[in-house]
Design a protein around this ligand. Structure first.
Ligand SMILES: Cc1ncc(COP(=O)(O)O)c(C=O)c1O
Length: 381
């Protein structure tokens, strides 16, 4: 499938017609086990914690979209991040982007620190900050770009180069961008992690996580972890996500187009103090985003100045849903300080711009005029 375009791979990679009946859709293999002909003789599947044909189809599909060799599907994005931390040993040090998803911060500080891992969170928009905190025991560089929720962009080529120079495992959380907008494996990253829950599935009806790698040794260790720890994706959720990836390209095009219109409208609003969207020319890394992304994505954050103004706005929206999560076809509005980033201490939140007045919007693919009308009504009337 490698010679085909993105949309063709999204629809066909990992999904040949089912050999017994010719069904064009990959079936949901709701089975825990597989009958073996005799001792040691089976059709490649033994037990569904280890592998399942529906999960295999999704693993091949998303690996192809990320231009990667191996794909591994997990029960949530957080489980996938947890599996990555299992590649390290007590005493190892990890450098992360300072406004990674709050759950990534939480698992680092509140789970893995207790097992002897050490973490530094730095502003990776300036890669000198990475070199500044390097230690002899630094083993991993974990970046998110665009970051959640202030949409900071890290230079993928530069970060991959630093990781290579200092022999660090390089990781990108590509949830916000999706492989449609950027493919970090092409820059030499070792691991790409996703919350499937967001754009890859795109319909807000399942939770899942994913890791892509070209590295055979990491793939082997991560497959061992799927078997040993068991944080795998269910066949039904794998099937739902396969439905989602088929339309990823068309959805992302619309998310990008509508988000640009919403961001431009927000810029004209008196009550909006600041708009964070990499597509705006005044975004500090706009040129970098233009260089390394195929579009600017569907996520915007904006500053309303106080929790009261933010609270009133969030209470008044009708079409836009006040909810956790992002990346679905519907528009979802979130208050990061009390929702997605609540696990981060207030002092650290203030440092990274996650203020009480900050609102994040995942622009859906409804008619953009309706999204703007709803926001206008909530903000101004
Ligand atoms: C950027 C990012 N990474 C990882 C996760 C974790 O994924 P999940 O909720 O599927 O565990 C999220 C969830 O919001 C996210 O936004």
């Amino acid at each position: 499938m490698n010679k085909h375009g993105f949309s063709t791979k999204a629809i066909h990679a990992g999904q040949p017609a089912e050999p017994v009946t010719g069904a064009i859709m990959t079936p949901v293999f709701l089975t825990s086990t597989y009958v073996q002909e005799e001792l040691g003789k089976h059709k490649g599947y033994e037990y569904s914690r280890v592998s399942n044909p529906t999960r295999t189809a999704l693993e091949q599909n998303i690996a192809a979209l990320e231009n990667g060799k191996h794909g591994l599907a997990f029960g949530s994005g957080t489980v996938a991040v947890d599996a990555i931390m299992h590649l390290l040993k007590p005493g190892d040090h990890v450098i992360l982007s300072w406004n990674v998803y709050g759950g990534t911060y939480r698992i680092a500080k509140m789970v893995w620190e207790d097992f002897g891992l050490q973490f530094d969170f730095v502003d990776t928009t300036n890669l000198q900050n990475v070199e500044r905190v390097l230690r002899p025991n630094t083993k991993m560089l974990f970046i998110e770009t665009p970051t959640n929720p202030t949409m900071e962009i890290t230079d993928l080529a530069g970060a991959a180069q630093i990781a290579k120079k200092f022999n660090l495992i390089s990781v990108v959380d590509n949830t916000f961008a999706t492989p449609y907008l950027q493919q970090p494996i092409d820059y030499g990253f070792d691991l790409v992690v996703h919350s499937l829950t967001k754009y890859l599935n795109g319909h807000s009806d399942m939770l899942g996580g994913f890791i892509v790698t070209n590295n055979d040794a990491y793939n082997e260790k991560l497959r061992f972890l799927q078997k040993a720890v068991g944080g795998i994706l269910s066949p039904f959720d794998a099937w739902l996500c396969l439905r989602g990836t088929k339309t990823l390209a068309v959805r992302m095009k619309q998310h990008c187009e509508s988000a640009m219109q919403v961001a431009q409208w927000l810029k004209t609003q008196k009550k909006v103090h600041k708009v964070y969207y990499p597509g705006l020319v005044d975004h500090p890394q706009h040129e970098l985003a233009k260089k390394q992304m195929r579009g600017f994505g569907g996520m915007i954050s904006f500053e309303l100045g106080s929790i009261d103004t933010a609270g009133t706005f969030l209470k008044k929206v009708r079409l836009c849903a006040l909810a956790e999560s992002l990346g679905g076809v519907e528009t979802i509005i979130t208050h990061p300080a009390t929702m997605t980033h609540a696990a981060i201490p207030a002092e650290q939140r203030a440092r990274i711009g996650v203020t009480d007045g900050l609102v994040r919007i995942s622009v859906g693919i409804e008619d953009v005029e309706d999204i703007i009308a709803d926001m206008d009504s909530a903000l101004n009337h």
